[in-house]
Design a binder for this molecule. Sequence first.
Ligand code: GDP
Length: 195
Amino acid sequence: FIPYLASLKFKMTTTSRAQFLPEYKLVVIGEEGVGKISLMHQFVYGNCPVEIDPTLDQAYRKQLVVDDELVVVDIYHGTHTNEAFGGLSDHVERVSDGFVLVYSITHRTTFSKIRSYHERIDRIKGQDASAGIIIVANKCDLEARREVSMKEGRDLAKELGCAFMETSARHGLNVEEAFIDVVRHIRRSNNPNPG
Ligand code: GDP
């Protein structure tokens, strides 16, 4: 009974602490196979198994420090098919604070979809949504199979007013940086004149 009480106390303490932390909802969007789940897994667990069962975790949650403040990030993922993001309702997008638009540098077709994701977010969230969007060019470890140059990715992000980062979910390169960057942009756009 006493261990039960102790575990209950622990649960209550961690829950009530988390309730006071600023919370950000992110959605990771991209074609199948670009590495959405791998990026989320790498970010939350610090590793990237070759095969991840996509049904295991629909939502990932992590505490992290952004600009010296502890925050909570909730991350969802969806696949873009025609006009709908499979598995993600409009509601999830509407209540999301930020978006991680992923393509693979090894498949140009995945890059060509980024503009349509952006248009859809604009429609749902309004023109000021770009502050909370990062374009992520994943699989940058596969340089020999590169089909999209870094300049093309960067130019598109600049044109759309989004942040940009090349990542490797496999090697954990720039993954945490990308998630921190999008949260930082959301925080700054919510609070443009701190102090
Ligand atoms: P999703 O369908 O977009 O969620 O893609 P997954 O995360 O399931 O990844 C698809 C495949 O690409 C898996 O075999 C991953 O191991 C692989 N993959 C994901 N990210 C990278 C990366 O940065 N580099 C390499 N080489 N492979 C990756």
